[in-house]
Write a protein that binds this ligand. Structure first.
Ligand code: G2I
Length: 445
């Protein structure tokens, strides 16, 4: 059977929802929790949570009944996980992880590198000492959580506010413009199963800042830098930009998932409507895989006095809650599926060639495939790879894939189909078992 990675994702979402005992698609009745309703649309609905609140019975009741994903509000940040250089403490991060996993939820890792909440020792480093320490941090933390994190915010808030569309100045930025891609490569090597996200705020529409990020993501995809998703924090005031959905869509069209990662909205006449607008925007973009709100009750929020969340301080559902639930239960969603693809029947011909390099470990691998044009330019390509028995594909980036075992094929995506004569591009996939050993076949279209 031919399968697309997004179908695998949908299947995985269904499985994780099933583990939480939720009723899935096919039922006539509207689901009655945020998580169950989102699952019916193939998406998760998550909350940022704090380890220190897990002893609060109302908090944990809401958490376990309403949400299907958790993000640590502070517990996996650099100051929390590496308070002294080279000495890692995962106690509170692990509490969040275990809370999520024991509830059948996804866990979003937040955040490997950020200019804020750095431990004092890192704040005082610069240059190659800081770069080395930062990459080591990414490697150690992503390795500790390997195989357990759905998506990592690898880099958080690296772009400047205002009209420049450029990078924010920081000690990390001063180590060289390539610090972001170095972080993503280190994260991929450490946890090849996690989706790797870039996350930022004030990106809630098409503006100079979001366009700067868009340009970076497009460049990363073209050069094979591993990036799988972009997080839109969505800390909103009393309005939402009319281009909110179009902005999500333009990123999705680059071949990355998009996620709403830190949603909260100032209390006011528009709060419920804005929540609904954001929810509908995610449902309308096939690659929007889920929504996370930044806290559970108003009293749990970092925005003291804004009352920006879905539950009041007593844990009662607000109008904003009902608005989100109704939006989730309404029709008009774009489900994360794709049109069927077909297995190539013709013998691969000259015109392009492909080579594969493997990063393997006991039980899995990441394959990086370089596709090269011959003496003529290529306008679209398909690469066919024979997987050894027992190997199953678990993810693909910078290509569309069909098949999960045996002979699998990969096609170019919009931005990497055209290769000039003598030029090359890259895509990758990951799988369980052993990686392919035979040279892949390449067919130019
Ligand atoms: O600032 C809101 C969010 C913006 N995007 C990235 C997120 O990581 C960020 O989260 C907030 C947390 O919600 C706050 O809880 O990040 C803040 C730090 O920049 C967090 O605040 C910190 C306080 O500054 C510390 O004094 C406090 O010890 O929370 C810590 C734990 O309560």
């Amino acid at each position: 059977m031919l399968r697309h990675p997004r179908r695998l994702l949908a299947a995985a979402l269904a499985l994780s929802a099933g583990a939480a005992g939720l009723v899935l698609a096919g039922t006539a009745d509207a689901a009655t929790t945020l998580g169950a309703s989102a699952a019916e649309k193939g998406r998760y609905f998550g909350a940022a949570i704090a380890a220190g609140r897990l002893g609060d019975a109302t908090y944990t009741r809401l958490l376990t009944t309403e949400f299907t994903s958790v993000t640590p509000e502070n517990e996996m940040k650099w100051d929390a996980t590496e308070p002294q250089q080279g000495r890692f403490t995962f106690t509170n991060g692990d509490r969040i992880l275990n809370q999520g996993l024991s509830n059948g939820s996804k866990v979003r890792g937040h955040a490997l590198l950020w200019h804020a909440q750095q431990p004092g020792w890192a704040q005082s480093l610069s240059g190659s000492a800081l770069r080395t320490a930062a990459i080591n941090h990414v490697t150690q933390v992503a390795t500790h959580y390997r195989g357990k994190i759905y998506a990592w915010d690898v880099v958080n808030e690296a772009f400047a506010d205002g009209g420049s569309g450029g990078r924010r100045d920081s000690n990390l930025q001063r180590t060289g413009n390539d610090w972001i891609e170095a972080a993503f490569r280190a994260a991929r090597a450490a946890d090849p199963g996690a989706k790797l996200c870039y996350n930022d705020y004030n990106t809630d529409g098409i503006n100079a800042k979001s366009t700067g990020i868009y340009t970076m993501v497009r460049d990363f995809k073209a050069r094979g830098v591993p990036i799988d998703c972009v997080g839109f924090q969505s800390h909103l005031g009393t309005g939402v930009d009319s281009t909110y959905q179009a902005n999500l869509q333009r990123f999705a069209d680059l071949g990355v998932d998009v996620q709403i990662t830190e949603l909260d909205v100032a209390q006011g006449a528009n709060q419920a409507n804005i929540y609904a607008t954001v929810t509908r925007a995610c449902l309308a973009v096939a690659r929007c895989t889920g929504i996370t709100v930044w806290g559970i009750r108003d009293t749990d929020s970092w925005r003291t006095g804004d009352n920006p969340l879905l539950f009041d301080g007593s844990g009662n559902r607000k109008a904003a809650y009902t608005s989100v639930l109704n939006a989730l239960n309404a029709g008009g969603t774009t489900t994360p599926t794709s049109s069927p693809t077909s297995t190539p029947t013709s013998v691969p011909s000259a015109g392009c060639s492909a080579t594969v390099s493997l990063n393997s470990w006991n039980g899995g691998y990441v394959a990086t495939v370089r596709v090269r044009a011959g003496s003529s330019a290529v306008n679209g390509w398909t690469v066919t790879v024979a997987l050894p028995g027992g190997s199953a594909l678990t993810g693909v980036w910078s290509a569309t894939g069909s098949g999960t075992s045996g002979t699998v094929s990969f096609g170019n995506v919009a931005y990497n189909g055209q290769i000039p004569a003598g030029g090359s591009t890259e895509f990758g996939f990951q799988g369980t078992g052993s990686g392919p050993t035979a040279t892949p076949a390449c067919r130019a279209s």
